[in-house]
Design a protein around this ligand. Sequence first.
Ligand SMILES: *Cc1c(COP(=O)(O)O)cnc(C)c1O
Length: 359
Amino acid sequence: MLDIKIVKTTAPKAKPADESRLGFGKIFTDHMFLMDYTPDQGWHDPRVVPYAPFQMDPACVVLHYAQELFEGMKAYRSVTDNTIQLFRPECNGERMQNSSERMCIPLIPVEDYVQAVKALVEVDKDWVPHSDGASLYIRPFVFATDVGMGVHASHNYTFCIICAPSGAYYAEGIDPVRIYVEDEYIRAAPGLTGFTKCGGNYAASIKAGAEAEKQGFAQVLWLDGVEKKYVEEVGSMNIMFKIAGKIYTAACTGTVLPGVTRRSCIELLKDWGYEVVEGKLAIADVMKAGHDGTLEEVFGTGTAAVVSPVKELDWKGDKVFIGGGKIGPVTQKLYDTMTGMQWGKLPDNKGWIVPVCAG
Ligand SMILES: *Cc1c(COP(=O)(O)O)cnc(C)c1O
């Protein structure tokens, strides 16, 4: 149990009047969570304090060698009883430990992680949006704070959590996206950091995303980094393919980010009697299925969108179109079930919802 000190702001900001214009990650709440790590004291001084900029030495390790990682989750306001609730926060805590281990960052116990998230969300509970589909995006992150050059593990770190009230992802209805299958750049390779949410992964992906965007694609689909043959995931989502009734997705063997949404969708799909194959799926086979009419649905999974249906895949000039540009029935059922639980419209018979406090 952390002994969290709470210092409330004396200058609360005005809350956004129009929740339909929140967007994503643009404005932040009144408070943030902080905790420091030193070799002598370990993780210490957990506190919720007014949201404020950091002061940093220009030689701070994270600015040069990117020793850091982050998480991404949401708090939801139940439409049934106004409870503020989280979705499987312990999964994010476990994933942060796996990221930390790879990045040589000292681990934070999962219980402490969840307690910290809850403490901040409770203080800022009035910032959790009220409108349908809107939520409070939560961004925990840890970074190295040693000052000085030299590539080695920092001795000192800061753990911070900030929150951004965010609008409904599908404010204008669910719109299937076009995806560019990336054939030049790679995101991950065995032995690298693909399974971690470390900033470096995203820095390395920006160029491919920008080039695809120029051509009107929403995201890139990454292939494996060795042979560029097997599908892995998209920018910030895992991806699933329904081919002839079966669901296929890449296995989480080190190069793919193990999404909480991915894992939850797989559990639901299995509950509903679908066969889910986690393993190697060649892009050539996906395109072939697209051409012979057995590629029934393609969708990304991630906290931000929950599911994101794909209507088109372009690989080396070959194109396949999926589902006539409309969301497929399995994608829709996953969306309805996941968002139903998250916003308290459906009973949580999986034990995935963790209440924080009364709204
Ligand atoms: C965050 C992320 C995901 C999705 O993870 P969730 O826990 O479902 O939000 C998938 N792929 C990448 C690269 C990500 O950064």
